[in-house]
Design a protein around this ligand. Structure first.
Ligand code: PMP
Length: 346
């Protein structure tokens, strides 16, 4: 990427961001009368650190990425929205994304009035990088890739991702929400090589903390600076910052849980065929869910709901006709799923 300025919306490039009380004073003091806070109810009477430095330092140690290259938001969904707001001019610019993929890229495009161009994956859910690059034109500012992909579960090949990174001059968002469940490696180590790369990760999946809403974007310091300019001043609340900091100190616990999930994933892959209609197909997965072709997806979905087991019906999604997406649960939850499936009668 030669010149970031040419990819940024002029209003954002020129923006003078809001400067909060917590931004302006750095250092130690004992009396804080600068932010119109209530002096009672400590510690939650105080505004949180707008830049979440303590948490970023911890994430920096785990991910081996400088704190200045980390943006934290209210889920990865916040980072997805900020990508549009930073780089795409409403009513003028476009983005290109694989299809099928995570639905929020399109919803955020629609909210921001950005044209969203879909490039279908192959029948085996692979990406043809040349086909994607052909869909790019002068208005295209961002390409969205997701690997491992949702809802298909497979990873895009490394070679294909590199072909897109090298063939497209604008921003490439690579969503790695499910990377911890994959044996493949993250692109975090390639950030230096590709200044147009933005990698998204989250605490919602392998770290088991979807409820606290903490998403991460990793990119060049210049791109992260842009996100920080346009985010809400206190976008990650104090409770989330504290919880996430404690959670991230227990990497061993996360890894133990990961092992259980991967073991259960293998068991489900082995045992599901015995519980499904004969023409079913279980797709390979690098994520914590399995996409399964069952034929009568609506019928099986309704049957499972009656048994109190909720999976995701992907019947109407491109290339996923007749498919259910099943999240890997605990052993007991997966047993309940398998039992309920065994009771299905077409
Ligand atoms: N990316 C992908 C590919 C997802 O599947 C999801 C959630 N299902 C997200 C991002 C959202 O993550 P977060 O909870 O961090 O907003």
């Amino acid at each position: 990427m030669k010149d970031l300025e040419q990819w940024v919306r002029p209003v954002i490039w020129d923006l003078k961001p809001y400067s909060s009380a917590r931004d302006e004073f750095h250092g130690s003091a004992s009396v804080f009368l600068d932010a119109n806070e209530n002096p009672y109810n400590a510690p939650y009477n105080r505004y949180p650190d707008p830049m979440q430095w303590k948490l970023k330092k911890r994430i920096s140690e785990i991910k081996k990425i400088a704190p200045e290259q980390i943006f934290l938001g209210n889920g990865s969904d916040e980072a997805i929205d900020l990508v549009y707001r930073a780089f795409c001019e409403p009513g003028i610019d476009s983005v290109v994304a694989i299809d099928p993929t995570y639905g929020m890229y399109k919803v955020a495009a629609d909210i921001n009035n950005i044209a969203y161009r879909k490039v279908p994956l192959s029948e085996t859910f692979e990406l043809d990088a040349d086909r994607l690059l052909e869909a790019v034109d002068a208005t295209t500012k961002v390409v969205f890739l997701c690997s491992p992909n949702n809802p298909t579960g497979n990873s895009l090949s490394r070679k294909t991702i590199i072909r897109v990174l090298e063939g497209f001059e604008g921003l490439v968002v690579l969503d790695e929400a499910y990377i911890d469940f994959s044996s493949g490696s993250s692109f975090l180590g390639s950030l230096k090589e590709y200044p147009n790369l933005i990698v998204l990760q989250t605490l919602s999946k392998a770290w088991g903390a979807a409820g606290i809403r903490l998403g991460m974007a990793f990119a060049s310091p210049e791109i992260i600076h842009l996100f920080n300019k346009i985010k809400y001043p206190y976008n990650v609340n104090q409770l989330t910052q504290e919880f996430a900091y404690d959670l991230l100190r227990r990497e061993d616990r996360m890894k133990e849980q990961l092992i259980c999930i991967l073991k259960e994933r293998t068991r489900l892959q082995k045992e599901l065929p015995d519980c499904l209609p004969f023409m079913s197909r279980i797709y390979a997965t690098d994520a914590n869910f399995i996409l399964v072709y069952v034929g009568d997806a609506n019928g099986i979905y309704t049957h499972l709901v009656e048994k109190g087991v909720i999976v995701r019906n992907r019947n109407t999604v491109t290339l996923c006709n007749g498919c259910l997406r099943i999240t890997v649960g605990t052993k007991e939850e997966n047993d309940a799923l398998l039992d309920a499936l065994k009771q299905y009668q077409p």
